[in-house]
Design a protein around this ligand. Structure first.
Ligand SMILES: Cc1cc2nc3c(=O)[nH]c(=O)nc-3n(C[C@H](O)[C@H](O)[C@H](O)COP(=O)(O)OP(=O)(O)OC[C@H]3O[C@@H](n4cnc5c(N)ncnc54)[C@H](O)[C@@H]3O)c2cc1C
Length: 436
């Protein structure tokens, strides 16, 4: 059987691994350049934390998790930094943290080390812009103006939150989908992990986070090479938008979070001014398949806010579920993809709520959040049969389904939702200059 995958991100590439292992022929098309031939584009990259949900899907392909682990750092908690001091929040299970572009490059290198034509064909620099399910064709445009179509047996839309495959299914074939911008926008940011001459060193096994005034935060992960890489996230006007010089950026950090200022270089301050701002989307679909042949996976099917780091974990988990269903239905796609929608849609919808409302935006609710986290851990340790851990720990440290977690945490989620909605109404949201 031949599978045509649009999108060579984490979901598309992991699916290719699994389908090739099942003796499919696989064709992959992606709009970006081949990551093996260019420097990794740092402007739009960010660290991805993978827990057991995502990692168990990688483990299904021998050697894959180890290959990714060799480019990763393992973190055992988060340090919240503030001018008043640091607060360490340890985790039970460590998370594997890897740069997004490095993750994709490793998945691709591992794939091409094992497979070649005719089983595997990959074409970069081509943008999918149409599908025709009657003719079973999918069409692409290249930057050079070439226009070509290929015939598909099975078509998989793994082309991210702004999926063209999903768009075509919605506009031409009536698939019900809803896109929403979350209030957050972000810029990638790179800091040094240590500055010995100033006596500054950030723990190598922790995520580092700080709230910078109202509606603005930085989340950083240590990556190999003593770098802290992450996202400068703001809900509302970009706080750097009015700055024109690197000195203004340095002053902003000095005023708001001096510890981070000490590891911010002047080059990075300059680069931060120029770097594009990206906006974030959530995607809610009523089903993830169309007919007997077309499937949506990963962000194309269910993009979520990155606030609790589940987008990639759930995208990789999709692939393990599809593989299980192909086993169960002996590669009968009609049954397997219909069942995938049946099993996964409720969970994906639950994940949107968990991602939007597990963590409060209101400073007023932060102490309650920390108290619930602490109490949840204590009570669960003493009386595991009666008390489940708090929502964050259930998402990050358990393999409970997202819908079960939502059900257990509904009281807290509703409270944060009400509070966030009040804040959002007050936010005169403007992200002029933000790009998609
Ligand atoms: C700041 C930030 C931090 C994050 N942190 C985490 C985290 O800690 N943990 C976590 O689990 N998740 C995290 N995520 C989410 C994670 O990045 C995504 O969920 C994950 O990348 C989804 O993988 P994907 O393969 O479905 O889509 P993508 O990674 O978006 O890949 C889609 C691919 O499709 C290609 N494509 C798009 N359109 C077309 C087209 N028309 N034609 C051809 N090709 C096309 C793109 O070039 C791309 O290669 C974070 C996201 C952000 C923004």
């Amino acid at each position: 059987m031949k599978a045509t995958i649009v999108g060579a991100g984490p979901a598309g590439l992991l699916l290719a691994h699994y389908l090739l292992a099942r003796d499919y022929r696989v064709e992959i098309y992606d709009r970006r350049p081949d990551p093996r031939t260019i420097d990794l584009d740092q402007r739009r990259s960010f660290p991805i934390s993978l827990q057991e949900r995502g990692r168990s899907a990688l483990k299904g392909i021998p050697g894959l998790e180890d290959a990714i682990a060799s480019h990763s750092v393992f973190c055992k908690g988060t340090v919240m930094h503030s001018k008043k001091g640091d607060r360490d929040i340890p985790r039970k299970n460590e998370v594997m943290t890897v740069d997004r572009n490095q993750l994709v490059l490793t998945l691709l290198e591992q794939l091409t080390a094992k497979y070649a034509q005719p089983e595997l064909t990959i074409r970069f620099d081509c943008v999918c812009d149409r599908i025709d399910d009657q003719q079973q064709t999918v069409g692409f445009q290249t930057a050079e103006g070439e226009d070509f179509s290929v015939r598909y047996d099975r078509l998989i839309g793994a082309d991210g939150a702004r999926s063209q495959v999903r768009d075509q299914l919605s506009t031409r074939y009536g698939l019900s989908s809803e896109l929403n911008y979350v209030p957050d926008a972000y810029k990638s940011i790179f800091l040094a992990r240590k500055k010995p001459e100033q006596g500054v060193e950030f723990a190598p096994d922790r995520i580092h986070a700080t709230n910078l005034g109202k509606d603005c935060r930085i989340i950083l992960a240590p990556l190999p090479g003593d770098v802290l890489h992450g996202a400068f996230i703001f809900a509302g006007p970009n706080p750097l938008a009015t700055f024109t010089t690197k000195e203004e950026v340095l002053d902003y950090f000095e005023t708001n979070i001096p510890t981070f200022r000490s590891v911010l270089s002047t080059e990075e301050a300059e680069a931060l001014l120029q770097r594009p701002t990206a906006r974030l989307l959530t995607v809610k679909c009523e089903q993830f398949h169309y007919g007997d042949r077309i499937l949506l996976i990963g962000d194309a099917a269910h993009a979520v806010s990155p606030s609790i780091g589940q987008g990639c974990n759930s995208a990789l988990q999709d692939i393990a579920i599809i593989n299980r269903l192909l086993d169960r239905y002996q590669d009968d796609w009609a049954q397997a993809i219909a069942q995938f929608s049946k099993e996964r849609v409720t969970d994906a919808h639950a994940l949107i709520a968990l991602s939007d409302y597990s963590f409060p935006r209101s400073k007023r609710l932060i102490p309650e959040f920390l108290l619930r986290l602490k109490l949840g851990r204590k009570l669960n340790r003493w009386f595991p049969q009666w008390f489940k851990p708090f929502v964050f720990d259930l998402v990050l440290d358990s393999d409970m389904s997202y819908s079960e977690i939502l059900e257990l945490s509904q009281g807290w989620i509703n409270k944060v939702k009400r509070s966030n909605e009040r804040l959002n109404q007050r936010l005169a949201f403007s992200n002029e200059g933000a790009t998609d």
